[in-house]
Design a protein around this ligand. Structure first.
Ligand code: SAH
Length: 227
């Protein structure tokens, strides 16, 4: 999978993709992330990328010209499965979307800033608008990092144990059961004995029951959702 991220703050991505599982996926060429600085595509002599909003009101709006030029350039180089805009008014990201998109070959993610981007960019180029939740961030960079992370970890071969993604929360519309590691006894609190029984079938049943109970308590809405 190749992900092109379009941003006015490429430095913001130095952290999220340079550690742990995502870094390993990139090092092993299972995923490629290309950062593009929108500012470099501005034809304005001061490399301006924003302007006042028509109709007045507080907040700047990201202009069409540099974004359109960058998107056109990338589109002339390869075919994109999806051109995503990060936006609080988009469809809220969930595991189903991540599962589907993790099989895509090329995606673009456009990060907004200030009041957002000129609507015409959204109308002309964007094929999918994604929100990471019902709250407002200062920019789309953190959202793009979240989106990319959730896609990349699902690419086959990225996680060491292939089955570990399948038992994560939201797969099968269930939250994850509790997990324990050594020591058996932590300050008087013991690990449930069933997990030490060596009986795989019983352990699976216990985990399923725990997952179901946790989902009923915390997210009953998931149980009625179509997968
Ligand atoms: N005026 C806009 C918010 C602008 S926030 C509104 O009220 O809808 C600036 C940028 O941050 C947005 O363009 C978007 O790219 C990003 N952003 C903010 N909140 C987000 C969220 N919940 N999910 C995804 N992107 C978000």
């Amino acid at each position: 999978m190749r992900i092109d991220i379009l941003t006015i703050f490429p430095e913001m991505f130095e952290g999220p993709f340079n550690h742990s599982i995502i870094k390993r996926a990139i090092d092993r060429s299972l995923a490629e992330i290309h950062l593009h600085d929108i500012r470099e595509y501005s034809t304005n002599k001061h490399k301006k990328v924003d302007d006042y909003a028509y109709g007045g009101g507080a907040g700047m709006v990201m202009t069409c010209q540099p974004i359109a030029r960058l998107i056109e350039k990338l589109k002339s180089e390869r075919t994109y499965d999806e051109i995503i805009f990060t936006s609080p008014d988009g469809e809220v990201l969930n595991q189903g979307i991540s599962n589907k998109m993790s099989s895509y070959e090329n995606i673009m993610i456009l990060c907004g800033h200030y009041k957002g981007v000129d609507q015409r960019i959204r109308d002309l180029y964007i094929t999918k608008e994604l929100s990471i939740g019902d709250y407002v961030l200062t920019g789309g960079e953190l959202a793009a990092a979240v989106i990319a992370d959730s896609f990349i970890r699902l690419i086959p071969g990225v996680l060491n144990d292939e089955t570990s993604a399948l038992s994560d929360s939201f797969q099968d519309n269930l939250l994850s059961p509790p997990v324990y590691t050594r020591p058996y006894n932590f300050e008087g609190h013991q690990v449930p004995d069933i997990l030490l029984s060596g009986n795989d079938k019983k352990i699976d049943e216990w985990r399923y029951e725990q997952a179901l109970q946790r989902t009923k308590e915390r997210r009953p809405d998931l149980l009625n959702k179509e997968i």
